[in-house]
Design a protein around this ligand. Structure first.
Ligand code: DX5
Ligand code: ZN
Length: 221
């Protein structure tokens, strides 16, 4: 498997031409499609659901789709996303009443599972479920919006998460989400991340819809 994966967040894509935008970033070398699901309840914004995930699959997207659930409750929507073609489904532990059950439900639905940690959420949520987690996603901004500034304290938390994962000996990806840019991705990688979400940095660089703009930003990352 590839050591470092780039996961463009389609939150910053042009939704009127979503299929084309996703094709272009994947052609430019991106690895995973990061799919931000917001419910105007757990976070103060409203985005996309299983219909859009299914539409991307029907459009011909075969790359992994990394569904980041910022919704509460969590469980009801999991089977719908599995049916819609999700590869990873990650959720915020505070949004689930039964974290172990939600992780199990994701696996039973045939997807890989992950926990997402807000900037102030402790990594201790991992303690008893580490073996049921395929992905640890650290938020380096507060969830809800693209284009925010990377919170520097996340670098220490990344180092802690990297240590926990290495000590466990388990095959768990360590993903970072929020404010990732060409000028901080080196430090983020050095702190232990192996999967990098970037929304505004990637799609914001392609304002004139020229796919070559994606090439340059994805290459720098
Ligand atoms: C924020 C989302 C992020 C967001 C990142 O709640 O989870 O995935 O799209 O956007 P940038 O890279 O612009 O910070
Ligand atoms: Zn996200």
């Amino acid at each position: 498997p590839k050591d470092n994966l780039i996961a463009p967040s389609i939150l910053s894509a042009d939704f009127a031409r979503l299929g084309e935008e996703v094709d272009n970033v994947l052609k430019s070398g991106a690895d995973i499609v990061h799919f931000d699901v917001m419910d105007n309840h757990y976070v103060p914004n409203l985005t996309i659901g299983p219909l859009v995930c299914e539409a991307l699959r029907k459009h011909g997207v075969t790359a992994p789709i990394d569904v980041h659930l910022m919704v509460k409750p969590v469980d009801r929507i999991i089977p719908d996303f599995a049916k819609a073609g999700a590869t990873y489904i990650t959720f915020h532990p505070e949004a689930s009443d039964h974290i172990d059950r939600s992780l199990q439900l994701i696996h039973d639905s045939g997807c890989k599972a992950g926990l997402v940690f807000n900037p102030a959420t402790p990594l201790s949520y991992l303690e008893y479920v580490m073996d049921k987690v395929d992905m640890v996603l650290l938020m380096s901004v507060n969830p809800g919006f693209g284009g925010q500034k990377f919170i520097p304290g996340t670098l220490d938390k990344l180092r802690q998460a990297r240590r926990l994962i290495d000590e466990s000996g388990l095959d768990i990806r360590l993903e970072i989400d929020g404010g990732v840019k060409a000028d901080n991705i080196g430090a983020i990688k050095a702190a232990g991340a192996d999967t990098f979400v970037a929304g505004s940095a990637i799609f914001g660089a392609a304002k004139d819809s020229d796919p070559h703009h994606y090439d340059s930003i994805v290459a720098v990352m």
